[in-house]
Design a protein around this ligand. Structure first.
Ligand code: ADP
Ligand code: MG
Length: 368
């Protein structure tokens, strides 16, 4: 067993009564010291995964390992895990010190040791001197830090964070994203963070698990998932995309919009129906003659750094373009894109099959 793996799910299924499974054959590994994010829409099973890790519930089928040992029946208070809940679940009648000290008092630690540990934890989250404050006198961001101090004071091997930022306003939320990421680096312990916000996941994570309908759709680094989405759900959920039906004519040649385009994808059947993805920032506006596609500008929004331009081609397909150049609404323009900008997706491909196919790319070697 790889000692760097701290948590492992092996074919885990979770089902309540006769309802459809909430988690369906989920397998993954969590490495020590990394920042993981579980990303997916509401109801996809994120909190259920955290509850299984924390030991608040057990799997219906499959096994959960902690440091190489099966922990399916190990109760929550005997796991090296602490959870930071969305509403922080702080005790409103206790001050900051007592909130952080709570777990240590339960362990019957000596007062001097508690003082020392609470002091260190509060220093870690930049709340020195706030010991005697009431929770009601703390701002949203400060409460968040108290909740984290309360988790780290127990020196867990893993901290679980269930949408801890979703109640904060945008500015504070961005600040806390930096703070959490920095804190995780300094502590060096594993964070498993839950969000339904793709931008947050891309910004913060070493690894992302994209989840839908109780299944992990894809796992990988933010750039892997952004650049090589495995299916329409992932491409659509993460970042903005142009997704179209197409046909793989042969290796490195794909047809869509009734025309054939050079691409870099391989390993498909001849004339296999596929879906193609082109990211809006990979489309460049040109004169109508120079473009690979001809589109008419329909609407345009200024987004601070770029314009978000919505166009339609002659077949009526919508094309989203991100450009630093302004367009003219109603005008016909050309769209240019490189072969690398086209990403081809195979229907129903599993992550394993997808990875195998990508390996064959490396054997052949990329152009350029
Ligand atoms: N104790 C429970 N009993 C029955 N169904 C549950 C229970 N807990 C969660 N579920 C169902 O499991 C699904 C996933 O829930 P959850 O893991 O909370 O999703 P998420 O955190 O991604 O929003 C939902 O359809 C939810 O209704
Ligand atoms: Mg949830």
């Amino acid at each position: 067993m790889d000692s760097n793996i701290i948590i492992r799910f092996e074919h885990v299924t979770k089902q309540y009564d006769d309802d459809p499974a909430v988690l369906d054959d989920v397998s993954f590994e969590i490495e020590r010291g990394k920042f993981y994010t579980l990303l997916g829409p509401s109801g996809c099973g994120k909190t259920t995964i955290l509850r299984l890790i924390a030991g608040f519930t057990g799997p219906t089928n499959g096994n959960i390992y902690f440091n190489g040992k099966i922990v399916n029946d190990v109760p929550a208070d005997r796991r090296q895990v602490n959870t930071v809940f969305q509403d922080y679940a702080l005790f409103p009648h206790l001050n900051v010190y007592e909130n952080v000290a709570f777990g240590l008092r339960i362990k019957k630690m000596k007062q001097a040791a508690i003082d020392q540990k609470v002091k260190e934890a509060l220093k870690f989250v930049n709340l020195e001197g706030y010991e005697n404050r009431e929770i009601s006198e703390m701002s949203g961001g400060q409460r968040q830090r108290v909740a984290i101090a309360r988790a780290i004071v127990n020196e867990p091997e893993v901290i679980l964070l269930d949408e801890p930022l979703s109640a904060l306003d945008l500015k504070l939320r961005t600040e806390m994203q930096y703070e959490l990421r920095e804190l995780q680096r300094r502590l060096g312990i594993t964070f498993i963070f839950v969000t339904h916000d793709q931008e947050e996941a891309l910004a913060m994570s070493d690894e992302i698990f994209v989840i839908n309908n109780g299944k992990i759709q894809q796992s990988g680094t933010p750039t892997d998932i952004y650049d090589e989405p495995i299916n329409r759900f992932v491409a659509d959920f993460i970042g903005e995309s142009n997704i179209l039906p197409g046909k793989m004519i042969r290796d490195c040649l794909v047809e869509f919009n009734g025309r054939q385009f050079e691409c870099v994808d391989r390993g498909f059947d001849k004339n296999e129906p596929v879906e193609i993805v082109i990211r809006p920032e990979d489309l460049e506006m040109t004169s109508p003659e120079k473009g690979k596609l001809k589109v008419r500008v329909d609407t345009q929004l200024f987004r601070g750094v770029h314009y978000e331009i919505c166009c339609y081609d002659e077949e009526g397909n919508e094309w989203l373009v991100h450009s630093t150049k302004k367009a003219k609404v109603g005008e016909w323009v050309g769209l240019h894109f490189d072969p690398e900008a086209i990403h081809v997706m195979r229907f129903g491909e599993t992550e394993e099959e997808f990875d195998k196919r990508l390996e064959t790319y490396e054997e052949v070697g990329h152009e350029n």
